[in-house]
Design a protein around this ligand. Structure first.
Ligand SMILES: Cc1ncc(C[n+]2csc(CCOP(=O)(O)OP(=O)(O)O)c2C)c(N)n1
Ligand SMILES: [Mg+2]
Length: 789
């Protein structure tokens, strides 16, 4: 590590001023100089940015190394871009593009910004926790693949972000303990969006961090204040500031010097009045606002202190001023405030620029410019490795003659893959205290549980070998679905952030996907790739009752960009889909697929979400379809999202209907088809293995038609399995809405059957009865669909 202690302060402060200027001006240009024509305010956050300028200048220009990774709080994105620009990592043309299409994103984005962004942020709290899980991932990678060059994982966090519960879930989980390469810097400006935060919460927060085993440091006072404390009356001054309500202190920050004296000394004891009498208004104002979070030497000192603590994470509370250096400093309403043109012009003059030089990089002939060039070299990073590239089998050959559930098959496929020496080293599983109840036990028995050091097992168990050590390949989490998705997100970015791609697989009870949803979104928005199994799901989880039965999760999987929902019913289909998903993750995006690509060929990014159940179902119907269609065609269709499980013989003139179903309800649908056949209705059964892929195929054809003003065709994946324009019944152990679009896609009458109320405890048969998922209900739905035709 090459913290640069001896950079000269004048140089750093000059760079700091330039960073402040550019950050402010980037927002200013977006708001005052862009004609959007739509009347919608562009926005941006000058005060939030100013608050972090000193911390970020200190980090990028005097502390960070190339391999360090930093999450920047959402509202300081202009500061990050200003710094990247000064370091030569961003073209000047971008500086006027904040919040414009193709330009700098409002909040730092790994996937959409043009310059280096290590972590996407935006939903407060998640960016804070992400580097912690990136460090968990690095610890895992180092233990399995040998130590990488050391990285420090840094999060720059707004103080109000600490109100988000996910922050504390992350801090408290034993999986995040002991990470000496983690540093959080809390931008402690005591303001949130709406207000100056009442009371002093730092004591409580510090205790919470300490209780979780963190090293806690505070940078409260700058050099000038500290010098003042040494003078006679200095102790009283310190006490006065420490005891002062946030609101009163903040009120002094944006005032004219004479006003500062009045506000700051309002009610002050005599020794403080006496001490302050020796300073003119300007000097007093400078001293009053001299907080440690804007004092370079104090910041660099505390960063070094945290580096020296190598056995646990560190958090620094850096006291800052929201709007530091700007006329809006400390104003309770400054969160979204924008400087006026005159105020911007004043600032430009103060930093020594004019309109012809305002966007310039620092002159390389000056010490500050030369220093920036040196830092650019110091922070240059090698390109990350490409995708893993290991061969993934097309299938594990899982067989079952007996009825079997998809959850059980999922566990068996993973066990089989753990025997594959090409692939096994890269598999890593994780679960929030549901590993055994989601069938990961077999995998864990073979691979062990990850712990940074060997741990002795005190309760030998013949069924579950919970051996913990550095070679374990399952990372166990406490019950926090937020942590699950945050960890999966970082495991799936391991190639980028730790130089070693992995094949991450997580499990979670399906209803609780929603509990971690924002972290799920964050993971895929960040470009992460992984498999997650939501299991068990639906009312098929019958005895567990309404609180555990998921109904809206297929919509989540279907609707989330860069998540592919997969819901197979049969063992072999699941085997194919899971191997295929891991293969796609291992090999990365294929060469750009042509517009005519089938769903299976279409390039997919992101995550694979398997929705599974514990209901054992008879595998014979799948075997029959396999014999009828042959492996090659069946596999292609299963991967494309749907195949014909039953092709009903059609008597001339007989009515036809298609029963389109997904997942655990297939046995009822098959029974319904048999009943309908007896009544002279030809009922074809289509098993939808991925609602997402057929929906995606439909949407692509529609979009193509919209953009080219041509007639859309029924997408190939649907046409192949629903060739006749028969009425349709859709059946799903989930909200009826998720499949209801199939009728529109085919242009036929459709009756969607699903679960549109909360369930309750019971048997599968009782619950299916309750929600009209029985064979009889499906028959009636088919007759209704025929009547609508
Ligand atoms: C999950 C989430 N909820 C709400 C918001 C809207 N929001 C953005 S910033 C902010 C206040 C942030 O305050 P703080 O973290 O202290 O940042 P700073 O004072 O540095 O601006 C809020 C409520 C958000 N971005 N994310
Ligand atoms: Mg704040």
């Amino acid at each position: 590590m090459t913290t640069e202690p001896d950079v000269d302060l004048v140089t750093l402060e000059e760079i700091e001023r330039r960073v402040l200027w550019l950050a402010v001006r980037i927002v200013d240009a977006a708001n005052r100089e862009r004609e959007t024509g739509d009347g919608v305010k562009v926005g941006g956050h000058q005060a939030s940015s100013a608050s972090l300028v000193s911390v970020m200048t200190a980090l990028w220009f005097a502390h960070l190394d190339a391999t360090d990774r930093v999450a920047v709080k959402p509202h300081a994105s202009p500061v990050l871009h200003a710094i990247n620009y000064l370091l030569g990592d961003l073209d000047r043309s971008y500086l006027t593009t904040l919040r414009s299409r193709g330009g700098l994103q409002s909040y730092p984005s790994r996937t959409k910004d043009p310059d280096r962004v290590d972590f996407s942020t935006g939903s407060v709290g998640l960016g804070a926790a992400a580097p912690l899980f990136a460090a968990v991932t690095r610890r895992y990678v180092d233990a399995h693949f040998g130590e990488r060059p050391r990285s420090r994982f840094v999060a720059l966090i707004g103080d109000a972000e600490l109100d988000e519960g996910n922050v504390w879930e992350a801090v408290a989980d034993p999986a995040t303990q002991g990470l000496g390469n983690v540093l959080w810097v809390v931008d402690f400006n005591r303001q949130s969006l709406d207000r100056v935060v009442p009371g002093v919460r730092i004591a409580q927060w510090s205790q919470q961090f300490e209780a979780a085993g963190w090293h806690v440091a505070t940078v409260k006072y700058g050099r000038r204040l500290r010098a003042a404390f040494e003078l006679p009356g200095g102790d009283a001054l310190r006490q006065w500031i420490d005891d002062m309500p946030n609101e009163q202190y903040q009120a002094a920050f944006g005032l004219e010097p004479a006003e500062v004296r009045k506000t700051f000394l309002d009610g002050a004891p005599q020794p403080v009045q006496d001490l302050c009498a020796q300073w003119d208004d300007q000097t007093l104002a400078d001293i009053v606002v001299d907080l440690g979070g804007h004092d370079m030497p104090s910041l660099l000192e505390v960063f070094r202190e945290c580096d020296a603590v190598t056995d646990r994470p560190s958090v620094v509370f850096a006291y800052t001023v929201k709007g530091w250096g700007l006329p809006i400093a400390g104003n309770p309403r400054n969160h979204s405030a924008l400087l006026s043109g005159d105020q911007v012009a004043d600032l430009r003059a103060v930093v020594g620029l004019d309109e012809s030089t305002e966007w310039d990089r620092i002159d390389p002939a000056t010490p500050a410019g030369a220093w920036a060039a040196r830092r650019r070299e110091h922070l240059a990073l090698d390109a990350p490795p490409g995708p893993l590239g290991v061969p993934v089998p097309r299938e594990t050959g899982v067989r079952s003659t007996k009825p079997v559930s998809t959850q059980e098959v999922f566990g068996r496929v993973l066990v089989d893959l753990s025997r594959n020496s090409d692939l096994a080293p890269y598999l890593v599983t994780t679960a929030p205290d549901v590993a055994t109840s989601t069938n990961l036990a077999g995998f864990i028995n073979r691979t062990g549980v990850f712990a940074p050091d060997e741990r002795r097992s005190w309760t030998p168990d013949t069924l579950l070998k919970w051996t913990e050590g550095p070679k374990g390949q399952h990372i166990e989490l406490g019950i926090s679905e937020m942590n699950l998705f945050l960890l999966l997100g970082q495991l799936g970015l391991s190639g980028d952030l730790s130089g070693q791609p992995l094949l991450p697989v997580g499990t979670v009870y399906d209803p609780f996907v929603l509990r971690g949803l924002d972290a799920f979104v964050h993971a895929v928005y960040s470009g992460s790739r992984f498999v997650v199994a939501g299991t068990p799901s639906g009312v098929t989880l019958a005895p567990e009752g309404g609180a555990h039965q998921s109904t809206i999760t297929p919509s989540v999987g279907l609707e989330l960009p860069e998540v592919t929902l997969v819901e197979p019913a049969y063992a072999v289909a699941l085997d194919w889909l899971l191997c295929d998903a891991l293969g796609r993750i291992a090999h990365g995006p294929a060469v750009a697929a042509p517009a005519s690509a089938t769903a299976a060929e279409h390039e997919e990014k992101g995550a694979y979400y398997f929705r599974l159940t514990t209901r054992p179902i008879d595998q014979a119907p799948f075997a029959a379809a396999r014999a009828r269609l042959g492996d090659a065609l069946l596999r292609r269709q299963v991967l494309a999202g749907a195949y014909r499980l039953v092709e009903a013989p059609v008597e001339p003139g007989a009515p036809q209907v298609s029963l389109v179903a997904s997942g655990a309800v297939l046995p009822e649908v098959l029974a319904a088809a048999a009943e309908l056949a007896e009544e002279g209705v030809a009922a074809h059964v289509v098993d939808v293995t991925s609602l997402d892929r057929i929906y995606g195929a439909w949407q692509r054809t529609l979009r193509q038609a919209i953009r080219t003003a041509t007639t859309p065709s029924v997408p190939g994946a649907l046409r192949a399995v629903l060739p006749d324009r028969t009425p349709v019944v859709t059946v799903h152990d989930a909200s009826s809405h998720a499949m209801a679009w199939v009728g529109s896609a085919l242009g036929v009458p459709a009756v969607p059957v699903g679960v549109d109320q909360f369930g309750q405890s019971g048997t599968v048969a009782e619950l299916y009865e309750l929600h009209d998922l029985t064979a009889g209900s499906v028959v009636n739905a088919a007759l209704a669909a025929l009547a609508l035709a």
